[in-house]
Design a protein around this ligand. Structure first.
Ligand code: ACO
Length: 373
């Protein structure tokens, strides 16, 4: 009998946690009893543990490379780059400035905003395709630079989708109570793998880093859902062939440009639009949200025409979009992380707003996340 009573007690407290949690937010945000959205995590989240972003930060190198300057390096023009991509300039890291330096600076800023000391960080995830070196991980190098000596760390390689992948992984550790504080960084020095003689690619990319501190914050749903996807059958649309186990560096590999990024632009474009639309719709569907309920859409900043095509397919209004690619170009894993920081700093996003982040990159990979800020 005692056993039965105990079991019933456990069940009902679990059910109570499931039912109360979504309604908590709706009660806080709106006087009506109708929930503002569905929290898809609630079914796993028996103890009401959610994962929020408690601080963001970003850093871009000082050196600006304008379209006009690029036009002196390759056969291109400011007019072509602006109309075909929306990019006007990008940042280029100094010779002695590496991905870990950019990531560390962004991390310090995010920690400061969160009011968290480096010693409190328990895990560092660095999303990048331009690690300082194949190993050790850039996460370990960042750990040393910021003095987060208690933290575990690893790198995550999902190209431009890496920051959303990182948020989802961090959330798993926080919801499961494995860690209380996780630092997710998207950082790239793409100028190191761009072929500065290839006008098809060199006009598109730039360097930079963005970071987020993830923690449980009472009375916030935080990261409501994250969709992650990949299709390795299309790996040959965007790749760097040299430097791995398939093609280690040799005189020949260097001479034939195998250590540069290569891309089939048109096919990548088509796949990006389709995958971003599908991922965003899936994320919204899981939360039972209509696009009109989203305050700020932060898309991967690769090409203005991709962003506009995705927005049109989603039925989003221009004022919902946050775009900063005219300043930075495509910074891969750093792209949406920098944009999130700037959206918050500029007041585009306020506490309680719903954000939709949507990304796409080499792999192919894609992802989308809905966040209650
Ligand atoms: N300046 C002038 N002309 C150029 C340039 C340039 N910088 N680059 C290409 N051209 C020329 C081409 O040679 C071509 O000339 P041709 O018709 O004589 O052959 C013409 O312009 C049109 O080229 P397209 O490739 O058809 O141009 P498009 O309109 O497709 O734009 C672009 C190219 C910007 C690369 C676009 O396809 C794109 O943005 N693709 C997606 C990139 C992306 O989203 N990447 C995301 C992942 S990044 C990551 O994961 C690291």
């Amino acid at each position: 009998m005692a056993h039965a009573v105990f079991s019933i007690g456990r069940c009902s407290s679990r059910l109570a946690a499931l039912e109360v949690q979504p309604n908590d937010a709706s009660a806080r945000m709106s006087p009506s009893s109708t929930p503002r959205f569905k929290n898809p995590r609630a079914k796993y989240n028996f103890q009401g543990r959610t994962c929020s972003i408690s601080g963001v930060g970003s850093y871009v190198p000082a050196k600006v490379l304008t379209n006009a300057e690029l036009a002196k390096m390759v056969d291109t023009s400011d007019e072509w780059i602006t109309t075909r991509t929306g990019i006007r300039e990008r940042r280029i890291a100094a010779r002695n400035e590496f991905t870990s330096d950019l990531g560390a600076e962004a991390a310090v800023r995010a920690l400061r905003q969160a009011g968290v000391s480096p010693e409190q960080v328990e895990l560092i995830i660095v999303a990048t395709i331009t690690p300082d070196m194949p190993f050790p991980s850039t996460a370990c190098l960042v750990q040393k630079k910021i003095g987060a000596h208690r933290a575990a760390g690893f790198d995550l390689e999902a190209a431009c989708s890496g920051f959303i992948y990182g948020l989802e992984i961090a959330q798993q550790f926080i919801m499961s109570r494995t860690y209380d504080t996780v630092l997710v960084i998207g950082a790239e020095k793409l100028s190191a793998i761009v072929d500065w003689k290839d006008r098809n690619t060199c006009v598109l990319f730039g360097d930079g880093a963005g970071a987020a501190v993830l923690q449980n914050r009472p009375n916030s749903h935080g990261l409501l859902t994250a969709v992650m996807g990949a299709d390795g059958r299309k790996a040959d649309l965007l790749f760097m062939a040299g430097g791995g186990s398939r093609c280690p560096a040799t005189m020949e590999s260097v001479a034939s440009g195998m250590h540069y990024l290569r891309m089939e632009g048109k096919e990548t474009f088509k796949n990006a639009v389709q995958a971003m639309q599908t991922a965003a719709e899936e994320a919204l569907r899981r939360c039972e949200l209509d696009i009109t309920r989203i305050k700020c859409i932060i898309p991967h900043q690769a090409n203005r025409r991709i962003i506009d095509a995705v927005a049109e397919r989603l039925g989003a209004k221009p004022e919902q979009l946050f775009v900063n690619l005219h300043k930075y170009g495509n910074t891969s894993a750093a792209s949406v992380a920098i944009a999130l920081d700037e959206a918050v700093a500029s007041g585009h996003v306020q506490r309680g707003d719903l954000i939709l982040m949507v990304v796409f990159g080499a792999g192919l990979t894609w992802g989308a996340a809905v966040i209650e800020w």
